[in-house]
Design a protein around this ligand. Structure first.
Ligand SMILES: Cc1cc2nc3c(=O)[nH]c(=O)nc-3n(C[C@H](O)[C@H](O)[C@H](O)COP(=O)(O)O)c2cc1C
Length: 188
C-alpha cells in the first residue's frame, strides 16, 4: 500500500494500453463484487475514457447499472489465484464469493468503490450512459475520475516491468485458466 501513487489523468490511458486482463469492481447499497474482464480497452485520452464488456448476467453488472460507477484494475502474477477465483464463481450463486476468493479490498479517499490489493494500477470510472451499446453488446463506457499505480512498476507515466519484481507483471488471458505474464520490453 505504501507504493501506491496517483497517476496523472492525461497518462492514465497507458495503464490499459498494455492490454492486461482487468478486475472490474463495483458497489451499491453496501454490496460489492469483483470479476475479471479481459475485454477492457482505452477509448479516449482526455477526458480519459475506457470501455469494458460486462455481461448482463453478471452480478457485478447489476451493481454498475445501479450505482453508475465501476473500477478497473490490473491484477498481477502475485494475485493470479485470486483473479481466477473471482472469475470462476458468480456472486449470483455465492454471496461470499469475494471473501472466499482471498482477494483483499481497500478504498481510496473520496470513493466508495472497493479496490483489490496486489494490482499494478487502479482506475475509478463514472459510467457514461450509452443504452444501445449497453443493451446490445454489454459494452460499458466509463470516464476516469481517478487513477493510481504501484510506483514500483508504473512511474512518471511509464511502465517499468524490466526493473520491477516479477510478481508485479500484468496478466494476459488466453482461455481456460491460461494466462501469459507480460514479456520483454522492445523499443523502436
Ligand atoms: C480471466 C477471465 C476473464 C474474463 N473476462 C470477461 C469479460 O471480459 N467480460 C465478461 O463479461 N466476463 C468475463 N469473464 C467472466 C466473469 O469474470 C465471470 O463470469 C465472473 O464469475 C462473474 O462474476 P459475478 O457474476 O460475480 O459478477 C472472465 C473470466 C475470467 C476468468
Amino acid at each position: 500500500m505504501d507504493n501506491i501513487f496517483p497517476v496523472e489523468i492525461e497518462k492514465a490511458y497507458r495503464l490499459l494500453n498494455v492490454g492486461g486482463t482487468t478486475l472490474v469492481s463495483a458497489k451499491c447499497d453496501g454490496v460489492c463484487d469483483v470479476m475479471p474482464a479481459t475485454w477492457a480497452c482505452p477509448l479516449d485520452v482526455l477526458p480519459c475514457k475506457a470501455t469494458v464488456v460486462v455481461d448482463s448476467s453478471h452480478f457485478t453488472r447489476k451493481l454498475i447499472d445501479k450505482s453508475g460507477m465501476f473500477a478497473l484494475q490490473l491484477p498481477t502474477v502475485g494475485i493470479l489465484r485470486e483473479t481466477m477465483a473471482l472469475g470462476s464463481v458468480s456472486k449470483n450463486d455465492d454471496p461470499e464469493k469475494v471473501e472466499k476468493s482471498g482477494a483483499e479490498l481497500f478504498y481510496m479517499d473520496g470513493f466508495d468503490i472497493p479496490l483489490v490489493k496486489g494490482c499494478a494500477g487502479w482506475m475509478i470510472f463514472k459510467r457514461v450512459p450509452e443504452p444501445h451499446n449497453e443493451q446490445t453488446y454489454d459494452l460499458l463506457i466509463g470516464e476516469c475520475l481517478g487513477a493510481w499505480a504501484d510506483a514500483r512498476v508504473f512511474k512518471n507515466g511509464h511502465w517499468k516491468f524490466e526493473s520491477a519484481p516479477s510478481g508485479l507483471r500484468t496478466l494476459h488471458y488466453v482461455a481456460g485458466g491460461n494466462f501469459y505474464a507480460i514479456g520483454d520490453a522492445i523499443s523502436v
